[in-house]
Design a binder for this molecule. Structure first.
Ligand SMILES: [Fe+2]
Length: 404
């Protein structure tokens, strides 16, 4: 995020002595992307940030993926993963994530958290945590971000943080293997959000003050990659990792609320790129927010049928009343996977019903991936098995059991 911020105490000149009130030195850390050649921040630590007392294995849970074969559009129900209070007891927003879908570029997971997570850093890529419902304080090495319903919280790769829920909080976690940021076409050559972008810097909330915590023998859970796939390690640090008295730069976590997204509308149907909010390597994130719809006198406001020949499309339905999917069983908390190789569009009747509509009260977060997605354990557990037949009115060969 190339938008300069500063919090706490930093020296007037970078890479120079920054003294504690007692005359000691703070330890400067550069946290930078692409080696030393992209966005970065300088953080001033009370303690040496490299110190480690112990390392051990963290079993990250089932990260296995099952191919979508034979090819099907799929409907998952995230809410079925955490059906009641008992199922959320003791669950945190890091170790409690359930893997829905993934590929070599991105993983999509869901959790209903009620307990503070361990201190954590994702060394694989940036995370985008979408808060479907609830509130949480996201404590980071840069300071706190208060997150609530509708917030996207973007956490850069290797940022140490934890999530402290205030009551149950529902989080849709988009874990990249890359960085996540605003689409490049929204940015000036120096990185400012342009006039045609649907949001601007004023809408982004970064940490405004450091969080300094005293502590010893603190565990940090690190998610990382080996040739065997995604693994975890626990680092035991001699002092608390939140010991930064000040930082500045253009790399930091931030939040953006979906209600601050200004939708782009038109006389005829606007394609999903008009609704884009973020992008990572080999995937994009779009959001469909409540908006006036197409106003050509002969407009059909729901989407035309489309064959996304280069991508798989994942919709997370997180609010409102999703007109185009009526009759398919999709509701709040549902996820649809529309894979490349299959043309999809409105369920029967929705095309006709939408004519004359002036406003859609819908809220959905979409991830389009440029490599096929496979099913994680939570995807397999909540696949309704019948969504593929929703466009034929539930008809399938061999009746209910079908051939799929
Ligand atoms: Fe679509």
């Amino acid at each position: 995020m190339p938008y300069y911020r500063s919090a706490g105490s930093v020296p007037p000149k970078r890479h120079t002595q920054h003294r504690t009130p007692e005359g000691g030195l703070y330890y400067e850390e550069l946290m930078g992307e692409e080696g030393f050649s992209s966005d970065s921040s300088l953080l001033y630590h009370v303690n040496i940030p490299s110190a480690v007392l112990d390392v051990r294995v963290w079993e990250v849970g089932d990260q296995s993926l099952t191919p979508n074969h034979p090819l099907r559009p799929i409907h998952l129900d995230t809410h079925a993963l955490f059906p009641d209070e008992e199922s959320t007891r003791g669950v945190d927003a890091v170790t409690g994530r359930r893997l829905l879908l993934g590929n070599a570029d991105v993983r999509l997971a869901y959790v209903v958290a009620t307990e503070p997570s361990p201190y954590y850093r994702n060394a694989i890529g940036d995370e985008c945590l979408y808060v479907e419902e609830g509130r949480a304080r996201v404590e980071t090495v840069f300071g706190d971000i208060d997150a609530a319903t509708g917030d996207y919280v973007i956490v850069p790769r290797a940022t140490t943080y934890r999530v402290v829920p205030e009551g149950p909080v529902r989080i849709y976690a988009i874990e990249a293997n890359s960085h996540i940021g605003p689409p490049k076409r929204f940015l000036s050559k120096f990185g400012q959000l342009l006039e045609h972008a649907p949001y601007c810097e004023r809408d982004l909330r970064g940490p405004s003050a450091p969080r300094v915590v005293e502590g010893t023998e603190v565990e940090v859970y690190v998610k990382h990659r080996t040739s065997a796939g995604i693994v975890g390690s626990v680092h035991v640090l001699p002092e608390h990792p939140f010991d930064v008295v000040g930082w500045d730069g253009c790399l930091y976590p931030y939040a953006f609320n979906i209600s601050d997204y200004e939708p782009i509308t038109g006389r005829v149907h606007q394609p999903p790129p008009a609704h884009q909010v973020f992008e990572g390597q080999n995937f994009v994130i779009c959001n469909f927010v409540p908006r006036k719809v197409d106003y050509h006198p002969l407009a059909i406001p729901v989407p035309y049928y489309h064959s996304n020949v280069d991508s798989d499309e994942v919709m997370f339905y997180c609010g409102g009343d999703y007109e185009a999917r009526k009759g398919s069983g999709i509701g709040q908390g549902s996820i649809s996977l529309h894979p490349g190789g299959h043309a999809h569009g409105p369920q029967p009747g929705a095309y006709e019903r939408s004519i004359g509509a002036e406003f859609f009260d819908e809220l959905a977060v979409m991830v389009d991936t440029f490599r096929p997605l496979e099913l994680g354990e939570a995807g397999l557990a909540t696949d309704d098995g019948s969504y593929a037949y929703s466009w034929s009115g539930g008809r399938r060969l061999g009746g209910e059991g079908g051939t799929a």
